[in-house]
Design a protein around this ligand. Sequence first.
Ligand SMILES: Cc1cc2nc3c(=O)[nH]c(=O)nc-3n(C[C@H](O)[C@H](O)[C@H](O)COP(=O)(O)OP(=O)(O)OC[C@H]3O[C@@H](n4cnc5c(N)ncnc54)[C@H](O)[C@@H]3O)c2cc1C
Length: 432
Amino acid sequence: MTITEQNYWLTTAEIPQTDRSQPVPESVDVAVLGAGFTGLSAARALAKRGATVAVLESETIGWGASSRNGGMVLTGLKLGVNKLVSMYGHERTQQMYAASLASIDCVEQIVREENIACDFARCGHLEVACKQKHFDDYARQAGVIARGFNHQVRVVPRHELPAEIGSSIYYGGMVDEVSAGLNPARYVAGLGCAAMRAGAAIFEHARVQGIERFSRNGASEFRVTTSRGSLWARNVFVGTSGYTGAATPALRKKIIPIGSYIITTEVLPDALARELSPRNRMIYDSKNYLYYYRLTPDRRMLFGGRAAFSPETADTIRKSAEILRRGMIDVYPQLRDVKVEYVWGGTLDFAFDIMPHAGQIDGIYFAVGYAGHGVAMATWQGQKMAEMIAGDKPENPFVGIPFPGAPLGLYNGRPWFLPFAGAWYKFLDWVS
Ligand SMILES: Cc1cc2nc3c(=O)[nH]c(=O)nc-3n(C[C@H](O)[C@H](O)[C@H](O)COP(=O)(O)OP(=O)(O)OC[C@H]3O[C@@H](n4cnc5c(N)ncnc54)[C@H](O)[C@@H]3O)c2cc1C
């Protein structure tokens, strides 16, 4: 059987269709860039408050990372709590950690309220240690999380790991029962329908080409030019994540687009699936250049990683299939003769400090920088930023923290340094 270079999740979902002959409106309260979790969650919340909203999407609903990811709805941030405390102090880290927990509740609530059939389940996540010193750090982290953030994670010593994972290569693990899993393509499709039901209009194949600020009728407004025409917007919200481009140059300079790739196997026999992941966890390892994996609801092994650092192209996707298959067999030799059926890639958004950021830049609202932890956080940020745009003052610990650009300003949005970064992370995994 040949491998299909296609996103497996999309074969299971029905992405809503919009009327592509409809012209963009003359003016709206809020123009939202991007129809992924961030943009759609914001659009839904804004429309529910009575705002007129146009979601402008250069491709189709959910086309970006939101339909392509592992569907892991994770607690915490990309950076560990010790690092966060050293960067922001205890109180701000506490707020950030609480936000990460709230973001999972937020997804669960939307799924319930909007009746989204996306296999959302609180199955928990398992982080596995690739080295003894990584495992030793789990105990320290679990202590900080319990004492400082009133949340329990469970450290799993090596001899107890077989109850969690059918692999013998790890030094131990750490389980968080609060994390969840879902089918991301079905979730983003459901979020799109929910935004439209609330009254937001979605315009696909409407790439935003420019945003200019003018004074109009005595107020400041934005003229948003798209490939389907232009419109006036009182506010603009950007949720373009790893696909942030030339239309928002100030933001583009602060975001590094990084490729991530996934394979899925054929459907596995029940017993084998149970052996690989007895508790059906969302699993990832402790490396910088990490692997993440899980069973899909129909019992395929979904295995992802940074097989290439650069954003997806036909070439990197093809090469990733074999690199990831070898990685999967290192973890699970039981899968040696199992067929890989799908391979695809997508682009993540990393800020230079590997943190989520939200707020305003040049008067334009934005939320970006999820660094592979965006399923829950993007949904939450969309909702919080909608509240902010509507004039509330929601608590959002990611607003107002320093948002660094590249050192010495050596970056214009074209990530020429990614091959070096890839080598650097491999080196770090070797020495740390
Ligand atoms: C392979 C992969 C695996 C991942 N796994 C996980 C995981 O398991 N758990 C997790 O929490 N996170 C994961 N992530 C990250 C998560 O998917 C993202 O953080 C999240 O989807 C970001 O959502 P978003 O709406 O901000 O951006 P996106 O979903 O990327 O949407 C941005 C949209 O903006 C549009 N756009 C860009 N420029 C313009 C423009 N000028 N005009 C109009 N539209 C524009 C794009 O077409 C795109 O559709 C993964 C990401 C990838 C790529």
